[in-house]
Design a protein around this ligand. Structure first.
Ligand code: UD1
Length: 316
């Protein structure tokens, strides 16, 4: 099958590229390298087709989608905190980009589009775990744009032959997650600090928790979504069904590096949700998805990967 991966040079996208190539699919990547890197694709550059461009540009997306049977749409501004500083750009990239991808996929005669959504659409949960029928209550421009993309995704199913699904990722972590920005994912940030022998900055009291899911589980959910029978634009949680607090991560990381890690506490971030934990019954039922990587194992593999990176990655 010919598959387009938008954001294919990014953290999750590049792992999807690897998995698709491993199962014999032909892969095209659309990326503007704003946050994705050539390094993430260096090992497979000869096996993929690369379209360098922006999801905000419809003509580019149409060119990238030509001849594709399916699209995995990962390109996005992924930081909740950053979305408050750049709300318009976040809307253009996340909601506008999804609209372009759905339009181009339909024009190209693709059969399936899988879009990356987020558990951020739930906002602050009153009851955990979060099932997909919980009412959306976005707390940030980021979450609003992901919800808008989901709506478009559902609407696009009315188009003849195109089937879509939105995967609501919980907190994904693993090798290749960029640690270098202040707004990078928390595990990447904490790992970088631990390796450098520095303390971690904790926004809030550190008791907030997330459902941290290892990237290979998210990849498997995407492959299952690609191959599933018609999904009709439904949203599906992709997590583990468990949750871990930031203080617990710091403790586990300390055990892994063999040294206690100090935490410096700072004010909680605006728009931060307190707890999240996925109910994954729908993913089990519709996709046959089951998370396979225990949190501690994922943490150890990820730490090893950061340790092997050249010093340049350890900025920030
Ligand atoms: C993350 C993802 C988002 C995804 C969402 C799903 C990133 C950058 N964001 O958002 O794309 O849709 O999960 O839940 O991957 N924190 C610290 N210290 C740090 C960094 C973060 O205390 O150095 C705190 C944050 O304030 C927050 C928690 O850790 O309370 C998690 O933050 P972060 O990793 O940015 O994830 P989300 O905001 O949940």
């Amino acid at each position: 099958m010919n598959v387009l991966v938008t954001g294919g040079a990014g953290f999750i996208g590049s792992h999807l590229v690897d998995a698709l190539l491993a199962r014999g699919d032909a892969v095209r990547v659309l990326d503007n390298f704003s946050t994705g890197t050539r390094t993430n694709l260096a090992h497979c550059a000869a096996q993929i087709e690369l379209v360098e461009g922006d999801v905000r540009d419809l003509a580019t997306v149409e060119r990238a989608a030509q001849g594709c049977h399916a699209v995995l749409h990962e390109a996005a501004i992924v930081s909740v905190a950053e979305s408050f500083m750049r709300p318009e750009e976040t809307r253009d990239v996340n909601a506008g980009g999804a609209a372009n991808v759905l339009h181009a996929a339909r024009e190209a005669g693709a059969r399936r589009v899988v879009i990356a959504s987020s558990c951020a659409v739930y906002g602050d949960a009153r009851a955990l775990p979060l099932g997909e029928s919980a009412p959306p209550a976005p707390l940030s421009p980021y979450a609003e744009t992901k919800l808008a993309a989901e709506d478009q995704c559902r609407a696009a199913c009315a188009a003849k032959g195109l089937d879509t699904v939105a995967l609501r990722y919980f907190n994904v972590f693993g090798p290749r997650q960029d640690p270098s920005s202040e707004y990078s994912g928390v595990i990447a940030r904490f790992m970088q600090a631990a390796i450098a022998g520095r303390g971690c900055t904790v926004y809030g009291d550190g008791r907030q928790s997330r459902d941290f899911v290892f990237v290979s589980d998210v990849v498997r959910a995407n492959l299952l979504a690609l191959d599933a029978a018609a999904l009709g634009g439904v949203a599906i949680n992709v997590g583990t069904g468990t949750r871990t607090s930031l203080l617990h991560i710091i403790h586990r990381l300390g055990n892994l590096v063999g040294k206690e890690i100090a935490a410096a506490f700072a004010a909680a971030r605006v728009g931060d949700i307190r707890h999240s934990q996925a109910d994954i019954a729908r993913a089990r039922k519709l996709l046959g998805y089951e998370p396979a990587v225990a949190f501690g194992d994922g943490l150890a593999v990820t730490l090893e990967w950061y340790r092997q990176q050249p010093k340049a990655r350890g900025r920030g």
